[in-house]
Design a binder for this molecule. Structure first.
Ligand code: TXA
Ligand code: MG
Length: 304
């Protein structure tokens, strides 16, 4: 069975692409630094960005981090699911330091995708996994896209179908004083988090920075022009709240932000593949999942 084989590959220091409900992950044994190094090599990362350690749940997470009660509340509310908690790392955590890029914090997430959960259970330990894409490319939301991007650099690709959410997890940092900062917007909205722990600050206000939040991290080849009411001649158009125009694509014809999130990377890839120099993107409302979609597009639009 492929899950058992995937767990065996992880145990022997190999790399396995696996599905999560957000995006595909490029997984390795979190406690094996050589395996972790292979991740950076396979991704061609320009630096050692810290990685998310995927765990089965709160009990396992407590072995790796000092979790304030606010972190536990958030874990109980949103795990398993598209939610990552950054907290101070326990000195006794066996997770490779390379995976945390030398920080004294660790990022933890319990994914909900059944195949990810089966893999975690068969492997029996934490699996570090960045999004399964080459550095600077967009995240992948199908096994085929992940295989196209990483191909022979990985030992196995588990196919769990298209990712339901299609955007990376929401990341919060929870300090030892319980202060919560939003480091990366995602499927779990700021409002949902604040309903559990009260006011949440933003990444720039927080001491903890996500080094991976480089301006041009989520970049297709084409340039991106945001908030474009209509395309200029020669631009490929990515619509929202309208059907796909000729030669373009739509995030959601009906203006549904959940559908738009799920379509974001695949449509960017498709328009990038047309060879257009510029992808003009229709205005996306800044609320709910729209915040995360706009965040990704703004990064893709950043000069590089
Ligand atoms: O949905 C997701 O989160 C996917 C799936 C595979 O779980 N993973 C993902 O990983 O998006 P990656 O490596 O592409 O993004 C992880 C982000 C990076 O921006 C990284 O800098 C940040 O998490 N991060 C990891 N550890 C951190 C830490 N200790 N402190 C601050 N940021 C951290
Ligand atoms: Mg990534």
């Amino acid at each position: 069975m492929s899950i058992a084989r995937a767990a065996e590959i992880l145990r022997s220091g190999g790399l396995v692409v696996f599905p999560t409900e957000t995006v595909y992950g490029l997984g390795a044994d979190a406690v094996n630094p050589r395996a972790v190094a292979r991740i950076y090599e396979a991704k061609g990362r320009p630096q050692f960005n810290p990685l998310i350690a995927h765990v089965s749940g709160l009990t396992e997470a407590e072995r790796h981090a000092h979790l304030h009660e606010n972190a536990r509340r958030l874990a109980r509310a949103f795990w398993p699911g598209p939610f990552t908690i950054v907290a101070r790392r326990r000195s006794e955590s066996p997770v490779a330091e390379l995976a945390c890029a030398g920080l004294d914090t660790i990022a933890l997430r319990a994914p909900s995708h059944p195949m990810a959960r089966e893999l975690l259970s068969a492997f029996g330990g934490p699996i570090v996994a960045p999004s399964a894409n080459r550095s600077g490319h967009v995240s992948t939301t199908t096994a085929q896209h992940a295989a196209e991007d990483l191909g022979d650099r990985v030992d196995l690709v588990l196919d769990g179908g298209p990712c339901q959410i299609g955007l990376e997890s929401t990341i919060v940092a929870v300090g030892e004083d319980g202060a919560v900062a939003l480091l990366r917007p995602g499927a779990i909205s700021r409002g949902e988090i604040e309903a559990i722990v009260g006011p949440v600050s933003s990444a720039h206000a927080a001491k903890v920075q996500a080094p991976g939040m480089l301006e041009s991290h989520y970049a297709p080849r084409a340039r991106i022009r945001l908030d474009a009411a209509a395309p200029q001649p020669g631009e490929a158009y990515l619509a929202f709240g309208a059907p796909a125009p000729a030669g373009g694509a739509t995030l959601s014809a009906s203006g549904d932000l959940v559908e738009a999130a799920a379509n974001l990377y695949a449509t960017l890839r498709a328009l990038d593949a047309t060879g257009a120099d510029v992808i003009a993107v229709a205005p996306i409302p800044p609320h709910g999942l729209g915040e995360a979609i706009r965040d990704r597009l703004a990064r893709a639009a950043a000069p590089r």
